[in-house]
Write a protein that binds this ligand. Structure first.
Ligand code: EPU
Length: 336
């Protein structure tokens, strides 16, 4: 059923009040295929968890809100289980589902907002783990042919916050489900990330389980990142920029405490949060648009900010960071 003039405020985690001229929810693959067939040659706007988008205007295209749910075990042996989740399961609920069954691999990715179907698009990552480490394949509907195609991990061209679905396959597919291979025993723990180590120590845990790691990640994220249910946001607004070693060497002479991660011999990744904080923008607020006070990488909507105001703030930050460091910050969030 097509609804008209629907506010998308409840459907995007920035809580931006833009209108969809026409809006339809689909709760199965066949309903999705049927809807697209009924509106051939139309551009669509597909909405999943709405956790990685900044909406700056009303949406003219037909908005398709995905609501395809279900989790099932596809295969298992003594060591591994292959679990398929449909696209519209809430990511963190899915992670908790795996942890309740003691399936390992997703614990470091606890509490990331959004739905399962968008995890391969972004190659979501946190605390030393990315989705590419456990994702086996995903099924995606080809919007033109209406056939379901399978993308194996290698087909997805994963990179830092990148995949084929943001590049050559952009706007051509709708991801329907994702299969992850998780461990049933001999879990591989990723606790090297300094802050996880210290959080576990604080919790008095020396031999952590995957559930302990999840609890540590939840504690860290809750202390630094705003809860979208309370303050509108889209997580990290910018990617951490990767710069040349020579620019990094020059900057380090001036900013000896600048944190960094070596990518390879020629490239260095610098935390955008540090660049923004050092530019003086941490906690900055103009009207209801702001920069989070505990993590400068996150832009926030204190209530009634317009998407356009947040976009303007993002551009101001990009200009300031470029003026000071000669580094261009690229938005991680999709801006419409
Ligand atoms: N930092 C600052 N000021 C800030 C924020 C960070 O100086 O306001 C410094 C920190 O002190 C630290 C460094 O920057 O030395 C890195 O900070 P943090 O560990 O918080 O991680 P990040 O690089 O800012 C990335 C991801 C996060 C993910 C964390 C943990 C990106 C764009 N973001 O942030 O992902 O949770 O690492 O792995 O890669 C998300 O994508 O929405 C997200 C939250």
């Amino acid at each position: 059923m097509i609804q008209e003039n629907i506010s998308l405020k409840p459907f995007n985690t920035f809580g931006l009040d833009v209108q969809a001229k026409r809006f339809a929810q689909v709760s199965s693959l066949s309903a999705l295929q049927h809807l697209i067939q009924s509106f051939p040659n139309e551009p669509y706007f597909v909405l999943s968890g709405g956790s990685n988008m900044l909406l700056t205007h009303d949406i003219e295209q037909l908005v398709i809100k995905l609501n395809i749910k279900g989790i099932r075990i596809v295969e298992e042996n003594e060591d591994f289980v292959w679990v398929e989740s449909q696209a519209s399961e809430i990511w963190h609920d899915f992670v908790l589902w795996t942890l309740e069954r003691d399936y390992g691999g997703l614990e470091n990715l606890s509490l990331i907002p959004g739905h399962v179907g968008t995890t391969p698009v972004q190659n979501i990552g946190a605390y030393g783990v990315e989705i590419k480490d456990t994702m086996v394949s995903c099924k995606a509907l080809n919007i033109k042919t209406l056939e379901v195609e399978e993308f194996a991990n290698v087909d997805c061209q994963f990179d830092y916050r990148e995949s084929i679905f943001k590049k050559t396959a952009k706007d051509q597919y709708i991801i329907i489900s994702v299969i992850y291979r998780l461990t049933k025993r001999n879990h591989v723990l990723h606790t090297n990330y300094g802050i996880i180590h210290s959080e576990l120590e604080k919790m008095g845990i020396t031999t952590p389980t995957i559930q302990d790691i999840s609890r540590a990640v939840i504690a860290i994220r809750s202390s630094k990142l705003p809860n979208p249910a309370e303050i509108g946001n889209s997580g990290s607004f910018f990617k951490n920029p990767i710069v040349s070693k020579s620019l990094f060497d020059n900057l380090q002479k001036k900013y000896a405490t600048m944190p960094f991660y070596l990518v390879d011999e020629e490239q260095v990744k610098i935390p955008a949060g540090w660049l923004i904080e050092t530019s003086g923008y941490k906690g900055y607020r103009i009207g209801d648009a702001g920069v989070h006070s505990k993590q400068a990488l996150v832009l926030v909507n204190y209530g009634n900010a317009q998407g356009i105001e947040l976009k303007k703030l993002a551009e101001t930050i990009q200009q300031e960071v470029f003026a000071i460091f000669s580094i261009h910050l690229e938005a991680e969030v999709n801006i419409f």
